[in-house]
Each structure stands twice: as structure tokens, then as C-alpha cells.
Design a protein around this ligand. Structure first.
Ligand SMILES: NC(=O)c1ccc[n+]([C@@H]2O[C@H](COP(=O)([O-])OP(=O)(O)OC[C@H]3O[C@@H](n4cnc5c(N)ncnc54)[C@H](OP(=O)(O)O)[C@@H]3O)[C@@H](O)[C@H]2O)c1
Length: 327
């Protein structure tokens, strides 16, 4: 097993590898959100999780909404089959707030605990800022499940700077720390740098958990290398402008630079994209790439074994702003 330097998530005692494994892909094609990815089946999930652990990854991000618990169940079954002890991994999951009130946090927590058993919920995140209850009410309910030892720490996801501050303050009143904000962040999606979320997270000591760190596969360069692969893409990615021949031409200059930096390290563009995310802002950002195959998980974990020079990191940053239309 590769030994990887751990980071502390927010102001908690959770020590994680700079990359975790995103487990949305384990939804087994179930539910509205889970249908985004094709069903993988237990054998492939076993391989992905095993490869990730061998590559030094010690934490996993899942959610209630990923296949109505299918992803959580698949993750705990796989880890159990492999004989992984609860103390060896960190588990993050999420409560789904849409069309619900904060009272559903208490009502559904036993289902989450059952789905992940015997693994504890180390980080419980509010998946979206959209609920029928206020952020303060949601944080009161989250504080209650921490105080009753049903979960260890609280995080949020897709929260703006203002919403994150509200959550932080509401929890602070109960003596509880907001550990993380999970948001979309990658070299082709950098809104958190301009909307104050990243700055405030640094100031508050809240970790940023970067989701879709490979822009759902685009930053691996595989579609730029073989645009015919676009025809095989299933699910909503088909309708994203980035996943079109025109979109690929727009982002090609960035991918080409990533390729040359990758060659210097004997690495791949995917590894460069992940490496940039986890080092460009010190320890604030950790990332959770998902994988549909074990070879992808192995490649992604390989990003943990080198550090780009600050010159290359700055060059990529500049090029990505140019591609995004801001120089
Ligand atoms: N909080 C939220 O609202 C939210 C939203 C989205 C995601 N997430 C979390 O973030 C995790 C990751 O985000 P994501 O799945 O949206 O995007 P991602 O990690 O950027 O992309 C994952 C997909 O890219 C392809 N891929 C990954 N590694 C590859 C490699 N080395 N080479 C070639 N292709 C590769 C695979 O798809 P193909 O093989 O099909 O191309 C894989 O399923 C999720 O699993 C989930 O845990 C959270």
C-alpha cells in the first residue's frame, strides 16, 4: 500500500489523503441522480475500492441520493468483504435536503447508519443549500446528530460564501465546527475563486472538497485524443457543451500544456489536473475523483506521488483562465 501524507480536514481530527474516492459511480443506475452513471456491479466496485486503498486513498465520499442508498451500501459491503477496519478509513456521506425540512435529518439518520454499517459516518454533509428549512435550522439538526454521536463532523456542499458563513456561525453557537464545503472545482470550473467561497473557506479554516475534479473525464484528455469517444458517452454529459467537438477545440490548448507537464513527471493529464487541485492552494483543497474502472482509480491515485513545480502550477492556472475567457 502506498504511504501518503495525510491532511487534516477543516478543524477536525479527521486525517485524510489529499485525494478521496468519489462514490456517486456506485449508485448502480438507481434513482434520478444515480442514473447519471451506468451500473458497475459489485466486482468492478470491489476492484475500484481496492485499487484506491492500495494507491494510498483512505477516504470515501458517498450520499443518500446516490441510488437511494445503493452507493453507501455498495461501499460498506466492499470494505467489509476486504476486511477493512472502520478505524482505517474515513467516510463522508450526505443528507438530501430538497423538498424536505431539517427534521428529516433526525428521521433518516438511522437509515444512513444502517447503510454504512459497520463504518461510522465521519463527515455528514448537507448536499445542497435548498431545503424548506433555513440554514440555521438545518445546522441545529446537524448539531443534534453530532451531540448524540450518530455522526462525527458536519460539512456542507454547494454552499455559497454567504451560506457557508451562516452554517459556520450556527454550528459555532453549539460549539461545533463546520469542517468542509464540497463544491465543483477544477481547471475548467473555477467559480469558487471569484465568488469569495475559497477565500472565506481559507479564513474560516474550512476545507474545500473539490467534486468533478476531472470535469467528468474531460481533463483526462481522452476525448481530445480521440473525439470519436464522444459518441460512446452516455447520460447527461452528452448534452454538456464541453463534450462536443467545438468544446474540445476550445479546451485543447490547456490539455496540450497539461500533456507536456505530465511528460516531465512520467504522468498523465488526469494526474496533472488532480495534482494542481490539491497543491495550488496549500492544504485547503482536497479532491474526490470518481472512477468507472479500476485502471482509472489507479491512475488517479498516482497523482499523489509527485508535486508539480510552482512555475508549472502557475502556468496551468494562467492557461486555464485564458481558456475560460479571463486573463
Ligand atoms: N456534492 C455534489 O453535489 C457532487 C456533485 C457531483 C459529484 N460529487 C462527488 O464527486 C465525485 C467525483 O465527481 P464526478 O464523478 O462528477 O466527476 P469526475 O471525478 O471529474 O469524473 C469521473 C468520471 O471521469 C472518468 N474518469 C475518471 N478518471 C479517469 C481517468 N483516469 N481516465 C479516464 N477517464 C476517467 C470516468 O467516466 P467515464 O469512464 O464514463 O468517462 C469517471 O466516472 C463523485 O463521485 C461524487 O462523490 C458531488
Amino acid at each position: 500500500m502506498t504511504q501518503v501524507q495525510r491532511r487534516t480536514l477543516g478543524k477536525s481530527d479527521l486525517h485524510v489523503s489529499p485525494l478521496g474516492l468519489g462514490c456517486w459511480q456506485f449508485s448502480e443506475g438507481q434513482g434520478l441522480v444515480g442514473r447519471f452513471w451506468p451500473a458497475l456491479g459489485p466486482a468492478v466496485i470491489d476492484e475500484i475500492v481496492n485499487t484506491s486503498l492500495q494507491g494510498g486513498i483512505n477516504w470515501f465520499d458517498t450520499a443518500e441520493i446516490y441510488g437511494r442508498g445503493a452507493s453507501e451500501r455498495a461501499l460498506s459491503s466492499t470494505l467489509s468483504r476486504m476486511g477493512v477496519k472502520p478505524s482505517e478509513v474515513v467516510i463522508a456521506t450526505k443528507w438530501w435536503p430538497v423538498l424536505r425540512r431539517a427534521s428529516s435529518i433526525q428521521k433518516t439518520i438511522d437509515d444512513r447508519i444502517r447503510a454504512l454499517s459497520p463504518y461510522a459516518i465521519d463527515l455528514y454533509q448537507v448536499h445542497q443549500p435548498y431545503s424548506w428549512s433555513s440554514i440555521a435550522q438545518q445546522m441545529e439538526a446537524m448539531a443534534a446528530v453530532v451531540e448524540s454521536h450518530q455522526v462525527r463532523y458536519v460539512g456542507v456542499s454547494n454552499f455559497s460564501a454567504r451560506q457557508m458563513e451562516l452554517a459556520y456561525t450556527a454550528l459555532e453557537r453549539r460549539g461545533i465546527t463546520l469542517v468542509s464545503n464540497q463544491v465543483k472545482y477544477n481547471l475548467l470550473h473555477r467559480k469558487i475563486e471569484s465568488n469569495d467561497t475559497l477565500r472565506l473557506a481559507k479564513e474560516l479554516g474550512v476545507s474545500i472538497i473539490a467534486y468533478s475534479p476531472l470535469e467528468q473525464g474531460l481533463l483526462t484528455g481522452k476525448f481530445h485524443g480521440d473525439p470519436e469517444l464522444l459518441k460512446r458517452v452516455s447520460g447527461p454529459r452528452k448534452y454538456s457543451s464541453g463534450f462536443s467537438r467545438r468544446g474540445l477545440e476550445r479546451t485543447r490548448p490547456l490539455i496540450q500544456s497539461m500533456q507536456s507537464i505530465a511528460e516531465k513527471h512520467g504522468a498523465t493529464p488526469a494526474q496533472v489536473a488532480l495534482n494542481w487541485l490539491m497543491h495550488h492552494h496549500g492544504d485547503t483543497v482536497v479532491a474526490i475523483p470518481g472512477a468507472s474502472r479500476s485502471a482509472q482509480a489507479s491512475q488517479n491515485a498516482g497523482a499523489l506521488s509527485f508535486v508539480m513545480s510552482s512555475e508549472d502550477s502557475a502556468l496551468l492556472s494562467e492557461l486555464s483562465w485564458q481558456v475560460l475567457g479571463r486573463s
